[in-house]
Write a new protein. Structure first.
Length: 398
Protein backbone atom coordinates (compact mmCIF):
# COMPACT_ATOMS: atom_id res chain seq x y z
CA UNK A 1 0.00 0.00 0.00
CA UNK A 2 2.81 2.17 0.89
CA UNK A 3 4.48 1.19 -2.34
CA UNK A 4 1.30 1.71 -4.25
CA UNK A 5 0.87 5.00 -2.63
CA UNK A 6 4.42 5.79 -3.34
CA UNK A 7 3.99 4.64 -6.92
CA UNK A 8 0.75 6.46 -7.19
CA UNK A 9 2.34 9.54 -5.76
CA UNK A 10 5.19 9.23 -8.16
CA UNK A 11 2.74 8.79 -11.01
CA UNK A 12 0.79 11.79 -9.91
CA UNK A 13 4.02 13.71 -9.70
CA UNK A 14 4.90 12.60 -13.20
CA UNK A 15 1.45 13.41 -14.42
CA UNK A 16 1.62 16.78 -12.75
CA UNK A 17 5.06 17.42 -14.21
CA UNK A 18 3.87 16.36 -17.63
CA UNK A 19 0.86 18.60 -17.32
CA UNK A 20 3.01 21.52 -16.41
CA UNK A 21 5.34 20.65 -19.25
CA UNK A 22 2.47 20.34 -21.71
CA UNK A 23 1.02 23.55 -20.40
CA UNK A 24 4.33 25.34 -20.94
CA UNK A 25 4.66 23.87 -24.43
CA UNK A 26 1.12 24.93 -25.23
CA UNK A 27 1.81 28.44 -24.00
CA UNK A 28 5.01 28.54 -26.04
CA UNK A 29 3.20 27.39 -29.17
CA UNK A 30 0.41 29.86 -28.61
CA UNK A 31 2.92 32.62 -28.11
CA UNK A 32 4.69 31.64 -31.31
CA UNK A 33 1.39 31.60 -33.17
CA UNK A 34 0.58 35.00 -31.76
CA UNK A 35 3.91 36.26 -32.92
CA UNK A 36 3.26 34.88 -36.38
CA UNK A 37 -0.12 36.51 -36.50
CA UNK A 38 1.31 39.80 -35.30
CA UNK A 39 4.17 39.58 -37.73
CA UNK A 40 1.80 39.17 -40.61
CA UNK A 41 0.26 42.49 -39.76
CA UNK A 42 2.59 45.33 -40.57
CA UNK A 43 1.08 47.64 -38.01
CA UNK A 44 1.16 45.15 -35.22
CA UNK A 45 4.58 43.87 -36.07
CA UNK A 46 5.81 47.35 -35.40
CA UNK A 47 4.76 46.98 -31.84
CA UNK A 48 7.18 44.14 -31.55
CA UNK A 49 10.05 46.09 -32.97
CA UNK A 50 10.67 48.71 -30.39
CA UNK A 51 14.01 49.89 -29.16
CA UNK A 52 16.58 47.17 -29.41
CA UNK A 53 13.91 44.69 -30.42
CA UNK A 54 12.07 45.02 -27.12
CA UNK A 55 8.34 44.67 -27.26
CA UNK A 56 6.70 48.06 -27.34
CA UNK A 57 2.99 48.66 -27.46
CA UNK A 58 3.14 52.43 -27.34
CA UNK A 59 2.50 53.35 -30.93
CA UNK A 60 -0.94 54.53 -31.85
CA UNK A 61 -0.78 54.17 -35.57
CA UNK A 62 -2.90 56.00 -38.06
CA UNK A 63 -3.13 54.81 -41.60
CA UNK A 64 -2.41 57.11 -44.49
CA UNK A 65 -5.09 58.76 -46.63
CA UNK A 66 -7.01 59.84 -43.57
CA UNK A 67 -7.41 63.47 -42.52
CA UNK A 68 -5.95 65.07 -39.46
CA UNK A 69 -7.94 67.32 -37.12
CA UNK A 70 -7.55 70.26 -39.51
CA UNK A 71 -8.27 68.37 -42.70
CA UNK A 72 -4.72 67.88 -43.89
CA UNK A 73 -4.38 64.49 -45.53
CA UNK A 74 -1.93 62.01 -44.08
CA UNK A 75 -0.44 61.43 -47.48
CA UNK A 76 1.36 58.26 -48.49
CA UNK A 77 3.64 59.55 -51.23
CA UNK A 78 5.61 56.36 -51.90
CA UNK A 79 4.71 53.88 -54.60
CA UNK A 80 6.50 50.89 -53.09
CA UNK A 81 5.94 51.54 -49.41
CA UNK A 82 3.08 52.19 -47.06
CA UNK A 83 3.30 54.74 -44.29
CA UNK A 84 1.83 54.64 -40.82
CA UNK A 85 1.55 57.89 -38.92
CA UNK A 86 2.25 58.16 -35.22
CA UNK A 87 2.35 61.29 -33.10
CA UNK A 88 1.17 64.59 -34.55
CA UNK A 89 1.91 68.07 -33.26
CA UNK A 90 -0.02 71.25 -34.05
CA UNK A 91 1.69 73.78 -31.84
CA UNK A 92 5.20 75.04 -32.27
CA UNK A 93 7.58 77.74 -31.21
CA UNK A 94 6.67 80.91 -33.08
CA UNK A 95 9.95 82.45 -34.08
CA UNK A 96 8.59 85.43 -36.03
CA UNK A 97 11.32 87.98 -36.52
CA UNK A 98 11.44 91.67 -37.14
CA UNK A 99 13.69 91.03 -40.13
CA UNK A 100 10.79 89.27 -41.84
CA UNK A 101 11.95 85.70 -41.33
CA UNK A 102 9.13 83.57 -40.02
CA UNK A 103 10.04 80.22 -38.50
CA UNK A 104 7.78 77.65 -37.01
CA UNK A 105 10.01 75.45 -34.87
CA UNK A 106 8.95 72.05 -33.65
CA UNK A 107 11.48 71.31 -30.95
CA UNK A 108 12.38 68.01 -29.42
CA UNK A 109 10.13 66.12 -31.77
CA UNK A 110 10.48 63.26 -34.17
CA UNK A 111 13.32 63.57 -36.61
CA UNK A 112 13.76 60.11 -38.05
CA UNK A 113 10.89 60.02 -40.54
CA UNK A 114 8.50 62.93 -40.51
CA UNK A 115 6.13 65.19 -42.41
CA UNK A 116 5.80 68.96 -42.13
CA UNK A 117 2.78 70.73 -43.61
CA UNK A 118 0.62 73.82 -43.43
CA UNK A 119 -1.19 76.49 -45.41
CA UNK A 120 0.30 79.96 -45.76
CA UNK A 121 -0.70 83.35 -47.09
CA UNK A 122 2.42 85.13 -48.19
CA UNK A 123 2.57 88.81 -49.11
CA UNK A 124 0.81 89.43 -52.39
CA UNK A 125 3.76 91.38 -53.78
CA UNK A 126 6.31 88.71 -52.85
CA UNK A 127 5.93 86.70 -56.02
CA UNK A 128 7.10 89.67 -58.09
CA UNK A 129 9.44 91.38 -55.62
CA UNK A 130 11.18 88.31 -54.18
CA UNK A 131 10.17 85.45 -56.49
CA UNK A 132 13.07 83.22 -55.41
CA UNK A 133 12.27 83.32 -51.72
CA UNK A 134 10.89 80.04 -50.51
CA UNK A 135 8.63 78.18 -48.25
CA UNK A 136 11.18 75.86 -46.73
CA UNK A 137 11.14 72.72 -44.64
CA UNK A 138 14.14 71.95 -42.47
CA UNK A 139 14.49 68.40 -41.25
CA UNK A 140 16.89 66.50 -39.05
CA UNK A 141 18.59 69.59 -37.63
CA UNK A 142 19.46 71.25 -34.37
CA UNK A 143 19.79 74.77 -32.97
CA UNK A 144 22.65 76.77 -34.34
CA UNK A 145 23.96 80.29 -34.48
CA UNK A 146 26.93 81.82 -36.20
CA UNK A 147 28.75 82.51 -32.94
CA UNK A 148 28.62 78.90 -31.94
CA UNK A 149 31.82 77.39 -30.68
CA UNK A 150 32.88 74.59 -32.95
CA UNK A 151 33.72 71.40 -31.19
CA UNK A 152 31.91 72.47 -28.05
CA UNK A 153 29.30 70.24 -26.53
CA UNK A 154 27.22 73.25 -25.49
CA UNK A 155 24.96 75.69 -27.26
CA UNK A 156 25.46 77.75 -29.27
CA UNK A 157 27.26 75.52 -31.69
CA UNK A 158 27.34 76.15 -35.40
CA UNK A 159 28.10 72.50 -36.10
CA UNK A 160 24.74 71.48 -34.71
CA UNK A 161 22.92 72.68 -37.81
CA UNK A 162 23.34 69.52 -39.87
CA UNK A 163 20.05 70.21 -41.57
CA UNK A 164 18.25 68.88 -44.63
CA UNK A 165 16.87 72.06 -46.13
CA UNK A 166 14.13 71.84 -48.74
CA UNK A 167 12.43 74.78 -50.38
CA UNK A 168 9.97 75.73 -53.10
CA UNK A 169 10.26 79.23 -54.54
CA UNK A 170 7.38 81.70 -54.44
CA UNK A 171 7.30 81.77 -58.26
CA UNK A 172 7.04 77.94 -58.32
CA UNK A 173 9.99 77.82 -60.69
CA UNK A 174 12.29 75.97 -58.32
CA UNK A 175 12.06 73.11 -55.89
CA UNK A 176 15.32 72.14 -54.30
CA UNK A 177 17.19 70.58 -51.41
CA UNK A 178 20.45 71.68 -49.82
CA UNK A 179 22.54 70.50 -46.88
CA UNK A 180 23.53 72.86 -44.11
CA UNK A 181 26.14 70.81 -42.31
CA UNK A 182 27.64 73.73 -40.40
CA UNK A 183 25.88 77.04 -40.09
CA UNK A 184 25.76 79.15 -42.20
CA UNK A 185 27.32 77.13 -45.00
CA UNK A 186 24.83 75.63 -47.37
CA UNK A 187 25.71 73.17 -50.06
CA UNK A 188 24.70 74.14 -53.55
CA UNK A 189 21.37 72.80 -54.68
CA UNK A 190 21.40 69.05 -55.06
CA UNK A 191 20.43 67.91 -58.52
CA UNK A 192 16.97 66.47 -58.34
CA UNK A 193 16.03 63.34 -60.17
CA UNK A 194 12.35 64.06 -59.92
CA UNK A 195 10.91 67.52 -60.02
CA UNK A 196 7.90 69.11 -61.58
CA UNK A 197 9.07 72.69 -61.37
CA UNK A 198 8.50 75.05 -62.99
CA UNK A 199 4.82 74.86 -62.16
CA UNK A 200 2.34 77.28 -63.69
CA UNK A 201 1.22 80.21 -61.57
CA UNK A 202 2.87 81.41 -58.38
CA UNK A 203 2.27 81.05 -54.69
CA UNK A 204 0.40 84.36 -54.94
CA UNK A 205 -2.00 83.21 -57.63
CA UNK A 206 -4.02 80.73 -55.60
CA UNK A 207 -7.76 81.49 -55.60
CA UNK A 208 -7.79 82.80 -52.05
CA UNK A 209 -4.03 83.27 -51.61
CA UNK A 210 -3.73 80.31 -49.25
CA UNK A 211 -0.93 78.07 -50.51
CA UNK A 212 -0.46 74.61 -49.11
CA UNK A 213 3.01 73.23 -48.45
CA UNK A 214 3.97 69.72 -47.43
CA UNK A 215 7.36 68.03 -47.08
CA UNK A 216 8.68 64.64 -46.05
CA UNK A 217 11.88 63.09 -44.79
CA UNK A 218 11.54 59.33 -44.92
CA UNK A 219 14.08 56.71 -43.85
CA UNK A 220 13.89 53.66 -46.10
CA UNK A 221 15.27 50.15 -45.84
CA UNK A 222 15.23 49.20 -49.50
CA UNK A 223 16.85 45.78 -49.12
CA UNK A 224 15.11 44.77 -45.90
CA UNK A 225 18.27 44.15 -43.91
CA UNK A 226 17.13 46.25 -40.98
CA UNK A 227 19.41 49.17 -41.79
CA UNK A 228 18.27 52.43 -43.36
CA UNK A 229 20.02 52.72 -46.71
CA UNK A 230 17.98 55.39 -48.47
CA UNK A 231 16.35 58.64 -47.46
CA UNK A 232 13.55 60.06 -49.56
CA UNK A 233 12.98 63.81 -49.48
CA UNK A 234 9.78 65.17 -50.99
CA UNK A 235 7.97 68.46 -51.09
CA UNK A 236 4.60 69.47 -52.45
CA UNK A 237 2.37 72.49 -52.86
CA UNK A 238 -1.40 72.82 -53.03
CA UNK A 239 -2.23 75.86 -55.13
CA UNK A 240 -5.94 75.23 -55.29
CA UNK A 241 -6.74 77.35 -52.25
CA UNK A 242 -8.98 76.38 -49.37
CA UNK A 243 -12.44 74.88 -49.61
CA UNK A 244 -14.70 76.59 -47.07
CA UNK A 245 -11.63 77.20 -45.00
CA UNK A 246 -10.40 73.63 -45.19
CA UNK A 247 -7.46 72.10 -47.10
CA UNK A 248 -8.24 70.77 -50.55
CA UNK A 249 -5.19 68.48 -50.46
CA UNK A 250 -4.43 68.82 -54.16
CA UNK A 251 -0.77 68.12 -53.60
CA UNK A 252 1.61 68.72 -56.50
CA UNK A 253 5.20 67.51 -56.26
CA UNK A 254 7.81 70.25 -56.55
CA UNK A 255 10.83 68.16 -55.61
CA UNK A 256 11.37 64.53 -54.90
CA UNK A 257 14.47 62.46 -54.72
CA UNK A 258 15.70 59.28 -53.11
CA UNK A 259 19.20 59.64 -51.71
CA UNK A 260 21.51 56.89 -50.64
CA UNK A 261 22.46 57.55 -47.04
CA UNK A 262 26.11 57.87 -48.04
CA UNK A 263 25.60 60.66 -50.55
CA UNK A 264 24.00 63.05 -48.08
CA UNK A 265 26.54 65.67 -47.05
CA UNK A 266 25.70 65.78 -43.36
CA UNK A 267 27.20 64.31 -40.24
CA UNK A 268 24.03 62.47 -39.34
CA UNK A 269 21.27 61.48 -41.70
CA UNK A 270 18.97 58.94 -40.14
CA UNK A 271 18.45 60.98 -37.01
CA UNK A 272 19.57 64.45 -35.92
CA UNK A 273 23.23 65.04 -35.15
CA UNK A 274 22.25 66.55 -31.81
CA UNK A 275 20.65 63.24 -30.95
CA UNK A 276 23.85 61.44 -31.91
CA UNK A 277 25.78 63.54 -29.42
CA UNK A 278 23.32 62.99 -26.62
CA UNK A 279 21.04 66.00 -26.96
CA UNK A 280 17.79 64.75 -28.47
CA UNK A 281 16.01 67.61 -26.71
CA UNK A 282 17.62 70.01 -29.20
CA UNK A 283 16.12 68.43 -32.30
CA UNK A 284 14.45 70.92 -34.59
CA UNK A 285 12.01 70.51 -37.45
CA UNK A 286 11.10 73.85 -38.96
CA UNK A 287 8.95 75.51 -41.59
CA UNK A 288 10.44 78.83 -42.64
CA UNK A 289 9.23 81.68 -44.85
CA UNK A 290 11.27 84.86 -45.28
CA UNK A 291 10.34 88.40 -46.31
CA UNK A 292 7.09 88.50 -44.37
CA UNK A 293 5.41 91.07 -42.14
CA UNK A 294 6.10 90.38 -38.49
CA UNK A 295 3.01 92.27 -37.34
CA UNK A 296 0.84 90.30 -39.72
CA UNK A 297 2.27 87.02 -38.46
CA UNK A 298 1.76 88.09 -34.86
CA UNK A 299 -1.91 88.71 -35.47
CA UNK A 300 -4.10 86.81 -33.07
CA UNK A 301 -7.20 87.12 -35.23
CA UNK A 302 -6.04 86.49 -38.79
CA UNK A 303 -2.48 85.20 -38.93
CA UNK A 304 -1.21 84.12 -42.37
CA UNK A 305 -0.67 80.50 -41.39
CA UNK A 306 -3.09 77.66 -40.81
CA UNK A 307 -3.02 73.99 -39.92
CA UNK A 308 0.76 73.85 -39.43
CA UNK A 309 1.75 70.41 -38.29
CA UNK A 310 4.63 68.03 -37.73
CA UNK A 311 3.77 64.39 -38.04
CA UNK A 312 5.83 61.40 -37.05
CA UNK A 313 6.00 58.61 -39.59
CA UNK A 314 6.23 55.60 -37.34
CA UNK A 315 6.37 52.75 -39.82
CA UNK A 316 7.40 52.49 -43.43
CA UNK A 317 6.55 49.06 -44.73
CA UNK A 318 7.21 47.53 -48.10
CA UNK A 319 4.01 47.11 -50.08
CA UNK A 320 5.00 43.52 -50.80
CA UNK A 321 5.11 42.87 -47.06
CA UNK A 322 8.77 41.92 -47.07
CA UNK A 323 9.75 44.23 -44.22
CA UNK A 324 8.83 47.20 -42.09
CA UNK A 325 11.18 49.98 -41.04
CA UNK A 326 10.15 51.23 -37.66
CA UNK A 327 11.19 54.66 -36.62
CA UNK A 328 12.93 55.10 -33.29
CA UNK A 329 14.55 51.72 -33.02
CA UNK A 330 18.07 52.96 -32.39
CA UNK A 331 19.96 49.71 -32.25
CA UNK A 332 18.83 48.71 -35.68
CA UNK A 333 18.09 51.73 -37.78
CA UNK A 334 20.93 53.94 -36.71
CA UNK A 335 23.79 51.65 -37.57
CA UNK A 336 24.51 53.63 -40.71
CA UNK A 337 24.91 56.94 -38.92
CA UNK A 338 28.33 58.41 -39.39
CA UNK A 339 30.29 60.04 -36.64
CA UNK A 340 32.31 62.42 -38.76
CA UNK A 341 33.73 65.47 -37.08
CA UNK A 342 34.19 68.72 -38.90
CA UNK A 343 36.19 71.82 -38.29
CA UNK A 344 34.80 74.94 -39.96
CA UNK A 345 37.34 76.74 -42.07
CA UNK A 346 36.30 80.30 -41.49
CA UNK A 347 34.43 82.59 -39.19
CA UNK A 348 30.81 83.26 -39.81
CA UNK A 349 29.30 86.55 -40.72
CA UNK A 350 25.68 85.93 -39.87
CA UNK A 351 23.45 88.52 -38.27
CA UNK A 352 23.44 87.08 -34.82
CA UNK A 353 22.31 90.36 -33.32
CA UNK A 354 18.97 89.74 -34.92
CA UNK A 355 18.90 86.15 -33.85
CA UNK A 356 19.63 86.75 -30.22
CA UNK A 357 16.88 89.30 -29.96
CA UNK A 358 14.34 87.18 -31.75
CA UNK A 359 11.48 86.18 -29.58
CA UNK A 360 10.22 82.69 -29.77
CA UNK A 361 6.80 82.27 -28.31
CA UNK A 362 6.93 78.88 -26.73
CA UNK A 363 3.57 77.30 -26.84
CA UNK A 364 2.60 74.21 -25.01
CA UNK A 365 3.19 71.37 -27.35
CA UNK A 366 0.48 68.84 -27.64
CA UNK A 367 0.61 65.48 -29.22
CA UNK A 368 -2.50 63.64 -30.23
CA UNK A 369 -0.81 60.40 -29.36
CA UNK A 370 1.31 61.22 -26.37
CA UNK A 371 2.02 57.60 -25.61
CA UNK A 372 4.26 57.54 -28.62
CA UNK A 373 6.04 60.61 -27.40
CA UNK A 374 6.93 59.03 -24.15
CA UNK A 375 8.05 55.92 -25.91
CA UNK A 376 10.42 57.96 -27.99
CA UNK A 377 11.64 60.04 -25.12
CA UNK A 378 10.17 63.06 -26.81
CA UNK A 379 8.94 64.79 -23.73
CA UNK A 380 9.37 68.46 -24.12
CA UNK A 381 10.95 69.98 -21.10
CA UNK A 382 12.59 72.91 -22.78
CA UNK A 383 9.87 75.47 -22.19
CA UNK A 384 11.28 78.76 -21.14
CA UNK A 385 14.91 77.83 -21.01
CA UNK A 386 15.07 77.23 -24.73
CA UNK A 387 12.15 79.37 -25.70
CA UNK A 388 14.35 82.04 -27.19
CA UNK A 389 16.62 79.70 -29.03
CA UNK A 390 16.89 79.82 -32.78
CA UNK A 391 16.82 76.67 -34.72
CA UNK A 392 16.12 74.69 -37.78
CA UNK A 393 18.15 76.78 -40.15
CA UNK A 394 19.50 80.26 -39.92
CA UNK A 395 19.85 83.01 -42.41
CA UNK A 396 21.05 81.79 -45.70
CA UNK A 397 23.66 83.29 -47.88
CA UNK A 398 21.49 83.94 -50.88
CA1 LIG B 1 18.86 48.33 -45.79
Amino acid sequence: MGYMFSLSSDCRHKVRTSSVFLFLITITIMASMSLSVFSSSSSLSSMLQGSGGATKMAYALTSSDTLDQNGIKRVDPLSQYGLSYGSEWFTFTKNFRSDGSMRMDFKNRESDSAMLAGYFRIQSSDCTNTPKEEIAAKFNGGPHTSNGVSGSTEEPNNTWADTMDMGTSFDLDRGRVRWEKTHPYYSSSISPTSTQTPISGTMCSTPDRWIGYMAFKLNLDSNCDGVVDQIRLLQYIDKSGLNNGKPRNNWILTFGRTFSVDEIGLKSKIQSYVEDIGHPEYRYQTVRIDGQSQSEWQSTTNPPYKFVTLKQITNIQKDDGSCTMTSSSPAVTRAATTTETTTPTSENTGDDAVKTTATGEQEQNTATTPSSSSANNNNNNDNGRRGERIGGGEDEED
